[in-house]
Design a protein around this ligand. Structure first.
Ligand SMILES: N[C@@H](CCC(=O)N[C@@H](CS)C(=O)NCC(=O)O)C(=O)O
Length: 210
C-alpha cells in the first residue's frame, strides 16, 4: 500500500476524525490542504476527487475514497488490523450507532449552528445569530444524551479500547467545549464528561486538534 494522502482543511472535524485514526494507528500519511474557508473544495480539480465538495477525501494506491465512514473503515482494516472496530457484533453495532448519531443528529446543531455562530462568525468580524444558537441547544443536548445512554465513558466510549466512534466524537467536542453552551448540553451526560476529560489529553488529540 502506498502512503495515504488526506485532502482537506486541518480544522475540519471530519478531516480530524480520519487523522486521529491515522495517528493512533502510527501510520505515515500526507495531508494536502484543501481550504474550505477559501472555497478550494469547490474547485474543478477537487470536485473531480469528491463530487460533493466535502472534505476529507483519501487517495491511496491511485484510488480515491470519500465519506468519512468509508475512509475510517478502510484505514482501520488495511492499517490497523481492525483494532478500532470491536469484534463483538453488538459493540460494533454500538460503535456504528454512535457514529451515525454524530453524523445525523449532533454535527449539524453543534458545529453548523453553535460552533460556527459562537467561534467562527465572531472571528471573522461578524455577529453571532443568538436565535440560531438557542434553537440548536435542544437537538445537540438530545444527541449528547443519546450517546451518553450508549457509552461506557471511561477511558473510551465503548470501554478499554478506542474505536472509530471516539474519533468521530472527539473533534466535535474539541469545538463544542470552547462554547458557553457546552455546560448545558453536557449537564446530563456525566459519562461523556469523564470520557472528555481523559481523551482530550491524548497526544494524538493534541497533535491533530491543536
Ligand atoms: N458526509 C461527509 C461530511 C464531510 C463534511 O461535512 N465536511 C465539512 C467540513 S467538517 C465540509 O467539507 N464542509 C465544506 C462545505 O460543506 O462546503 C463525510 O462523512 O466525509
Amino acid at each position: 500500500m502506498t502512503k495515504p494522502t488526506v485532502y482537506g482543511t486541518p480544522q475540519s472535524t471530519y478531516v480530524r476524525t480520519v487523522r486521529l485514526l491515522l495517528e493512533e494507528a502510527g501510520a505515515d500519511y500526507d495531508l494536502k490542504g484543501v481550504d474550505i474557508f477559501k472555497g478550494e473544495n469547490q474547485s474543478a480539480e477537487y470536485l473531480a476527487k469528491n463530487p460533493f465538495g466535502k472534505v476529507p477525501t483519501l487517495e491511496v494506491d491511485g484510488e480515491l475514497l470519500y465519506e468519512t465512514v468509508a475512509i475510517t473503515d478502510y484505514l482501520d482494516t488495511v492499517l490497523a488490523n481492525n483494532k478500532f472496530s470491536p469484534s463483538d457484533p453488538l459493540r460494533r453495532a454500538r460503535m456504528r450507532q454512535i457514529m451515525a448519531i454524530v453524523d445525523s443528529y449532533l454535527y449539524s446543531p453543534a458545529i453548523l449552528s453553535i460552533v460556527i455562530q459562537r467561534l467562527i462568525v465572531p472571528s471573522q468580524g461578524g455577529t453571532t445569530d443568538e436565535d440560531k444558537v438557542k434553537n440548536a441547544i435542544a437537538p445537540a443536548k438530545a444527541a449528547a444524551e443519546a450517546i451518553e445512554s450508549l457509552t461506557v465513558g471511561s477511558p473510551y466510549l465503548l470501554g478499554s479500547e478506542a474505536t472509530i466512534a471516539d474519533f468521530f466524537l472527539i473533534p466535535v467536542f474539541i469545538y463544542l467545549s470552547q462554547t458557553p453552551e457546552f455546560d448545558s448540553i453536557t449537564a446530563q451526560t456525566p459519562k461523556l464528561r469523564t470520557w472528555w476529560d481523559e481523551v482530550s489529553k491524548l497526544p494524538s488529540v493534541k497533535k491533530v486538534c491543536a
